[in-house]
Design a binder for this molecule. Structure first.
Ligand SMILES: [Zn+2]
Length: 472
């Protein structure tokens, strides 16, 4: 039980946050707020009841979501089976080449008959059992990032089915909108561009070369067509999905630039494509070496395509992962140079050279951080009070809760809310605001945003009525 003074303060906070409909009667929102407070107060948060609460609470949107990392291994195996592929038991990668030597390649039927091999596959395609089990493991960040190429052959060929499954899961956990980092932006390699240090003139010359290239333009057209065909039947009254092509930050400069250029072009042409993100381990040597160059590339292309908004992974780094000098500028440059409107992760804020100036700017310009608690804990080993979330809250920087890669981390968006509520002092008013903010900070068209906000009002009315009924 909280102390009497705490109880009084809590009651006062609740009554100012929610106006009562009539004298004496508590509104459904007030009852829900009181119920929520009872789950997070006391010596330990009631995590099982919080799971029940958040599985049902409307969660607006998931704004930091990777398509291929969100699909569970079991789903990938269904496609491996359907396509007649197998899984190489040495590399644990999908073997799509039917003509190849398949001596060491297991079919799904064989895997299902072999619990040890099946579990080994889950270990190689997700983070399952990482901490309760001993084997010759890679470091957590490598274990995480090496999952993706293993299942990529079935991720990119089943886009419509995959999106349908993600939509079903979203609706089941009361999520109305997903902005997904979808497919890799088309790649062009140019040895000449890679051979020299690039400035604006170099960018302009390379962009002109790309735009004159039939292969580049075909890549742009094919990507856009795939978004259209794979999203058939996804958007409806209950659910909306938008897409971000991604650039891989550890590839060579000519490839990275070509991917960005293609991504901007696609986003400027296809209304379902709303941003151009940059992904891959930020602490890998090439990612670190080329970071400033990448931000200048974004700046150059943003000037050409000013309507395309940017959400960028920035500052997904922990102390010790790279020398301290490498922690000093990633968030600042994503905002000041590239012009990012949202920051993915923002984990190294405390180590930046001008953290207070960045925090002030993010607050004043309404630039939110996409917070991914499970992913940060696994990849960076940062959680609880070591996580910078409370810095952002203290300085009034907006943030949203998002899932990153629920398939790899065997997780759900609802559980991110459970982690937030059980690790940090919060209120129903705040978690409800987080749900609304995830729609407000989305990059979808204004009319769609208004529609989804209205829908969220109705979902909360129902949710609060259900909580009030069950609390009687
Ligand atoms: Zn991410």
């Amino acid at each position: 039980m909280p102390k009497p003074l705490t109880r009084l303060l809590l009651a006062a906070a609740i009554s100012t946050a929610f106006a009562a409909p009539g004298a004496g009667a508590a509104s459904n929102a007030e009852i829900t707020a009181r119920h929520f407070a009872s789950l997070v107060s006391g010596p330990a948060p009631k995590t099982a009841e919080l799971a029940l609460f958040f599985n049902n609470m409307p969660k607006g949107a998931d704004l930091h979501h990777h398509y291929s990392g969100s699909i569970y291994a079991e789903q990938y195996l269904e496609w491996v089976d359907k396509l007649g592929y197998c899984v190489d038991k040495t590399t644990w990668s999908v073997q799509a080449d039917k003509a190849a030597d398949r001596k060491n390649c297991a079919t799904v039927a064989q895997l299902e008959q072999d619990p040890v091999a099946y579990r080994e596959l889950l270990h190689k395609w997700s983070t399952l059992d990482f901490y309760n089990h001993s084997e010759n493991q890679l470091a957590p960040d490598l274990a995480f990032f090496t999952t993706f190429p293993r299942f990529n052959d079935v991720a990119s060929t089943n886009g419509n089915d995959g999106q349908k499954r993600l939509k079903e899961r979203a609706i089941a956990e009361n999520v109305g909108y997903i902005e997904t980092v979808f497919e890799i932006a088309p790649i062009t390699f140019d040895a000449e561009f890679d051979g020299k240090l690039s400035d604006e003139a170099g960018f302009a010359a390379y962009l002109a070369k790309l735009e004159a290239s039939p292969a580049f333009n075909k890549g742009v057209a094919d990507y856009s067509a795939y978004v259209d065909s794979s999203s058939a039947g996804i958007d409806d009254d209950n659910f909306t999905m938008r897409y971000q092509p991604f650039v891989l930050r550890f590839l060579s400069p000519s490839i990275v630039f070509s991917q960005m250029a293609a991504g901007f072009k696609i986003a400027s042409q296809n209304p379902k494509v709303v941003s151009v993100n940059i992904v891959g381990a930020e602490h890998y040597p090439v990612s670190m070496r080329d970071y400033k160059l990448h931000m200048r590339m974004y700046k150059f292309l943003s000037a050409k395509y000013p309507k395309v908004k940017l959400s960028l992974h920035a500052g997904e780094l922990a102390l010790g992962q790279v020398p301290p000098e490498g922690l000093k500028f990633h968030i600042a440059e994503a905002i000041d140079v590239a012009g990012a409107k949202r920051i993915g992760h923002g984990m190294d804020i405390a180590h930046e050279s001008q953290p207070l100036a960045i925090l002030k700017k993010m607050r004043e310009k309404n630039i939110p951080v996409e917070v991914n608690l499970t992913s940060n804990e696994f990849i960076l080993g940062v959680k609880g009070e070591a996580h910078p979330l409370n810095i952002y809250r203290k300085y009034g920087v907006p943030f949203v809760l998002s899932s990153d890669d629920t398939g790899v981390s065997r997780n759900t968006l609802s559980n991110e809310y459970v982690l937030f509520a059980s690790r940090y002092k919060t209120s129903y008013a705040e978690v409800k605001k987080l749900s609304y903010d995830s729609i407000r900070y989305g990059f979808l068209a204004e009319a769609d945003k208004q529609r989804l906000l209205k829908q969220l009002d109705a979902r909360f009315t129902k949710f609060e009525a259900d909580v009030a009924t069950s609390s009687k």
